[in-house]
Design a protein around this ligand. Sequence first.
Ligand code: HEM
Length: 348
Amino acid sequence: MTRFLLRARSAADAFALLACVLACFFLACAASAPPASAQLRNPDTSVNPTASSVNERQLLEQRRIISGRGTIPDVRSYNIVQPAGREWRRFKEITLRWLGGIAILGMLGLLVAFYLIRGMVRIEAGRSGRTLVRFNGFERFVHWMTATCFVVLALSGLNITFGNELLMPLVGAEGFASWSQWAKYAHNYLSFPFTLRVIVIFLMWVAWNIPGRLDVEWLKEGGGLIGNKHPPAPRFNAGQKMIYWVVIVGGTAVAATGYLLMFPFYVTDIAGMQLAQMVHSTVAVLFIAVMIAHAYIGTIGMQGAFEAMWDGKVDVNWAKQHHSAWLAEETAKQHASSPSQGRMAPAE
Ligand code: HEM
């Protein structure tokens, strides 16, 4: 450029050339700068430098995770904001509490009303004085171990859902913290024997829990709970079969989702974890409501039922009233074998 200027024939040539260069420079600058109209301004017309940057609301409306950059190996730590988590939090803090409260208190209310109206379902013919083996020692052991694990899992789980609001004000922050720590250990460790026993229950009783023709009749008659008819039933009636499948399906669902939560990020990402928590807690509170009904009918709801799982024997008249098809089968078996080795015995 300097050589060119030196070679210019006159000062006028040099001046024209310089003017040209400057004009080009200003034109280029003008083209790259935003037009005045595009610059966002404050109400007092001064330029607002952050006006076009993303605001918090826009950020939170994003469905995807907003990530930054980092240098440590744990790439999940680069996630800065996960706006979809707000929906999950709303579920956990509001929806789940309503659902759990309605399911559990609603079931308790229904059972109290049912008890007041119907009372205990009694053995109509009275006790016969003869008993029949209904559950062997292994079946009872598995049942009570599963029930114990279930109660601890339910109480320690409900502590996560409701403890902050319901228990902490009563026991204080410190008491709640140490109880919650133990409850959490219990929830984690008892999940293993619980899962194992759900598998054993599945194998042990599946043969008697396949729906059949008698179940339809039983359901049509309200199972003998509503009204006074006692439809014939095999070893497990339709109501008990439903409880069985709730335990198998519900137990599998809480176990599968529970292990996803217990071993985070091994199998799924944050969205999967949130879904797992939602499924786990929803199934859990419904499961608890159903098991409360099961415990009711096995204790104060029906005379003679508890002893079946306690010492394994039931009164023959109880069996006749509630499981006549099963009683007929057992009697036929007894007749086929030696009467002295039969499973029916006089009550002690
Ligand atoms: C069988 C295997 C189970 C496993 C592996 C398991 C695991 C877990 C885990 C890891 C959590 C999250 C705990 C936390 O946030 O710190 C949880 C929460 C919970 N669990 Fe379980 N659990 C199991 C069974 C059950 C059962 C049987 C019930 C109830 C009947 C239950 C009820 C709950 C409840 C209510 C919560 C709290 C949900 C919430 O409010 O976030 N769980 N469970």
